[in-house]
Design a protein around this ligand. Structure first.
Ligand SMILES: Nc1ncnc2c1ncn2[C@@H]1O[C@H](COP(=O)(O)OP(=O)(O)OP(=O)(O)O)[C@@H](O)[C@H]1O
Ligand SMILES: [Mg+2]
Length: 312
């Protein structure tokens, strides 16, 4: 794996995010959504950590909290050795250069009224306002080529592009500030199956060339397996298993990981058994009464670098 022996680019320590559930005229908080509970992990330069789990387990909330799009309830985040906690506006803005996000829906992520040039250079306009028009155009052109699009697309508008091309534009925009880390939240889930592989290939190529670290969020095990060096399995806001992609996917230890893997459709009918899929109603709710936080079982190292919660 890239980055062995180097200081991690991202250290997440005991991250917690809870949302209040309010009720009544006074909007009193009556309960809390425990979206992220005690999540810790590290990310090395050039490494991809796959974050996988069922809908509602807290993957996006984890990503958004890392980006500081939402404030964590507790816990700490360090990027390239610098704590992100309690940063003022200016420092937070500087930190935003290091960590960028790409989202599932490349249609919603681009403002239809902005040209490609404007979209791709939006972050540059904020962070490097001194750049001249020509410099900005030059940077945008280079970014387009970097993601496999032609420079002469700069004056076009998002509706003139396919879904895959739009996701390339979003990637170009994310790269404009030369980040170290990209949080990719289901980046290919909204794309046609036929073009998913191309976007994933591009992301891997960029990782190799630029040393990018990815937190790659997906509910699709095949995509996770393809992209991840290490995998973290989330369930009800907690990481229940964490280790190299190979050991977590081939030798899953936690019952939830096993069930998740068992519910993956198997292409070969001969291998398909009557394996139980996880039903949405089986997953308990992350909403809990006030003063009743869930028990978070510690992760235990069951093999070198492979951690799992002891099943309750
Ligand atoms: N702003 C919010 N206010 C209240 N609850 C929220 C908010 N955002 C997320 N949640 C809740 O937090 C939990 C985790 O949601 P999250 O979106 O992180 O899950 P996810 O793993 O990304 O799911 P999916 O696979 O469907 O994208 C869910 O119960 C969700 O309803
Ligand atoms: Mg999500």
């Amino acid at each position: 794996m890239a980055g062995d022996g180097e200081a991690p680019v991202l250290v997440v320590d005991r991250l917690v995010k809870r949302f209040p559930v309010r009720k009544g005229l006074l909007r009193r908080t009556v309960a809390q959504v425990h979206a992220v509970e005690d999540v810790s992990f590290m990310l090395a330069r050039g490494e991809t950590l796959g974050l996988v789990g069922e809908s509602g387990c807290g993957k996006s909330t984890t990503g958004r909290t890392l980006m500081r799009l939402i404030e964590p309830t507790a816990g700490s985040i360090a990027i390239a050795g610098r704590a992100v906690d309690g940063l003022g506006r200016t420092a937070l803005r500087a930190m935003r250069r290091d960590i960028q996000m790409i989202f599932q829906d490349p249609y919603a992520s681009l403002n239809p009224r902005l040209s490609v040039l404007q979209s791709v250079t939006e972050p540059l306009a904020i962070h490097e306002p001194a750049l001249s028009r020509d410099e900005r155009r030059e940077r945008a052109g280079a970014l387009l080529e970097r993601v496999g699009l032609a420079r002469d697309c700069l004056d076009r508008y998002p509706h003139q592009f396919s879904g895959g091309q739009r996701q390339r534009l979003c990637i170009a925009r994310a790269l404009s500030l030369k980040p170290r880390i990209i949080i990719a939240d289901e980046p290919v889930s909204a794309l046609d199956v036929s073009i998913r592989a191309q976007v994933l290939d591009l992301m891997q190529e960029l990782q190799r060339d630029l040393g990018l670290a990815y937190v790659f969020i997906s509910h699709d095990m095949a995509v996770i397996e393809r992209m991840s060096h290490r995998v973290a399995v989330m369930y009800l806001g907690q990481i229940v298993e964490l280790g190299s992609a190979d050991s977590v996917l081939r030798r899953p230890a936690h019952p939830y990981t096993r069930r998740l893997l068992a519910s993956v459709p198997i292409p070969d009918p001969a291998l398909r058994g009557s394996r139980p899929a996880i039903e949405a109603r089986e997953i308990p709710s992350p909403v809990r009464k006030l003063g009743d936080p869930p028990v978070v079982a510690p992760l235990v190292e069951i093999a070198p670098g492979h951690f799992a919660q002891a099943a309750a």
